[in-house]
Ligand binder design. Structure first.
Ligand code: ADP
Ligand code: MG
Length: 144
């Protein structure tokens, strides 16, 4: 599935729709360059789960936990990870194989840990189409 957005609010709305449909144990991976909109998408998904507190990229921790929504949200940002062993240290499998929703920014850095059934989301820019244009490619989901 490919979706094009023309501003951050549209990307958030897409995330929100997906968040409303999210099921326990679902894992979403997010890839794309710095500043492409991974966290913006996550903010929408959190909104779709009914999370009201502000969501930002976890800077000093690998995972940020939000428990006020319909399902717990485990928001990973593994950009600064040095080694996949750091994932073991935080006990990532409790999150990956639990009943909440996992969303992983920079998932390509821990590729070997990502379960087969994860929904893979890639966000790309296309400068000729404008500063706020984003192409969002979703694998593992037919429609929203
Ligand atoms: P990342 O988490 O991928 O590093 P962020 O989500 O933190 O990126 O930042 C994305 C930036 O791009 C924000 O400043 C946002 O306002 C801007 N932006 C512009 N157009 C879009 C769009 N269509 N979708 C998402 N973000 C957009
Ligand atoms: Mg981010």
């Amino acid at each position: 599935m490919i979706i094009e957005t023309y501003g951050p609010e549209e990307t958030k709305e897409l995330g929100e729709k997906i968040g409303r449909q999210a099921r326990p144990g679902q894992i979403y991976t997010l890839t794309g360059d710095l500043g492409v909109g991974k966290t913006v998408f996550t903010q929408g998904l959190a909104r779709g789960l009914g999370i009201k507190e502000p969501v930002s990229s976890p800077t000093f921790t690998i995972v940020q936990i939000y428990e006020e929504g319909r399902l717990p949200l485990y928001h990973f940002d593994v950009y600064r990870i040095g080694d996949v062993e750091e994932m073991e240290e935080i006990g990532y499998d409790d999150y990956f194989f639990g009943n909440g929703v996992c969303l992983i920014e920079w998932a390509e850095l821990i590729q070997e840990l990502i379960p087969e059934q994860a929904i893979r989301i890639r966000i790309e820019k296309d400068p000729p189409k404008g500063f706020d244009y984003r192409k969002i490619i979703i694998e593992g989901m037919e429609k929203v």
